[in-house]
Design a protein around this ligand. Structure first.
Ligand code: NAP
Length: 317
């Protein structure tokens, strides 16, 4: 397996030092670029394999708050020609029912990627469900095998949000190598993978969490701050080092509005670059998920001998 492989070429890296009104790092345009490339890959795959790449999302409980997110994924897939659908289980479904559904999808040759929509009802043992996902179809990188590959610096599937948090920096030409970075949040799906990805990009990384004693002190020293805590307004401009680059992963609803974990108004006065919420990491997350799916599909689906291309013309991603 390739080590330290990145799915996209490394852009040129201008230095970011001055704080004269932050540059907005918007995910929309980058996501559009990615979707255009994915649509081409999907067309090539479909022509070669005689079927489109397939994604299934397992959702437990009709009123799950994640329904909006799910609809967004399905719409994004439809736009680029991916065969996406969901398997809906009733809210009272047992853990065994969820894992057996996942195992059926693992066996289905027309399904290349499987996502289990979180959060699951508290009665279901999360670990058993995660373990049931075939790592080759785990396009959101939650299976321990993929988490381990990331930890070791190998090329597995990355959790899409963490991937987006770092990819938005790379694609915006923000230098990461050698920088002091702070990640706030240590969850298995966002904080920790974002931290490992930053280390992989040669940043020096500190991970903060709810028991961190001097959060402001750590943030003050950081040139790059990635915030994934789920606490609105946790990071303010007063805490930031002038010229810092701020990636706000948080999604919170406050008074009916979606806001991040960063107090945007004060932070943008001090930072040199900042992601808005909404419109920053979010759009990129969904687009990157599509790239993970096409990669899973290309790795799994054998090419029928009648239409097989010479190996050198199929890029192994
Ligand atoms: P999570 O599992 O609840 O983890 C939150 C992390 O933040 C924990 O490690 C927690 O520390 C830490 N934390 C909480 N309060 C803190 C505080 N006051 N000071 C410092 N650290 C604190 O959440 P998650 O799933 O990682 O998600 C994080 C955020 O990202 C949420 O707002 C979520 O909605 C958002 N999100 C965004 C996307 C996207 O596409 N943009 C996707 C997924 C999630 P402990 O470990 O000590 O508890």
């Amino acid at each position: 397996m390739a080590r330290h492989a990145n799915p996209f070429p490394r852009p040129s890296v201008p230095e970011v030092t001055a704080a004269s009104g932050a540059r907005l790092l918007e995910g929309g345009a980058i996501a559009e670029e990615i979707r255009t490339a994915v649509a081409e890959d999907v067309a090539t795959f479909t022509a070669a394999r005689g079927r489109p790449p397939g994604l299934r999302v397992v959702i437990v409980g009709k009123d799950a708050p994640s329904t909006v997110y799910l609809e967004r994924i399905l719409r994004g897939c439809a736009k680029v020609g991916i065969d996406a659908g969901f398997v809906e289980l009733e809210g009272e479904a047992t853990g065994t029912r969820v894992t057996s559904t996942v195992r059926e999808l693992n066996k289905d040759g027309s399904v290349d990627g499987v996502i289990v929509q979180m959060p699951l009802p508290p009665t279901i043992r999360l670990r058993a469900v995660i373990d049931a996902i075939d790592p080759a179809k785990d396009i959101d990188g939650i299976h321990p095998l993929n988490a381990g590959l990331l930890r070791l610096g190998y090329d597995g599937f990355l959790p899409a949000t963490a991937h987006a948090a770092v990819e938005i920096l790379r694609r915006s030409g923000i230098g990461i190598e050698g920088r002091d970075a702070v990640v706030i949040g240590r969850s298995a799906v966002v904080g920790m993978p974002a931290a490992f990805l930053l280390v992989r990009e040669d940043a020096t990384v500190t991970v903060c969490h709810s028991r961190t004693r001097d959060l402001a002190g750590h943030v003050r020293r950081a040139e790059i701050v990635v915030v994934a805590a789920g606490v609105p307004g946790l990071v303010t401009g007063q805490m930031l080092r002038p010229g810092a680059v701020v990636v706000d992963v948080g999604i919170n609803v406050v008074d009916g509005r979606i806001v991040g974990d960063v107090d945007f108004a004060s932070a943008r006065e001090v930072a040199s670059a900042i992601t808005p919420v909404p419109g920053g990491v979010g759009p990129l997350t969904n687009a990157l998920l599509l790239t993970h799916l096409i990669r899973a599909a290309e790795r799994q689906a054998p090419v029928p001998p009648s239409i097989a291309q010479p190996a050198h013309s199929r890029g192994d991603r």
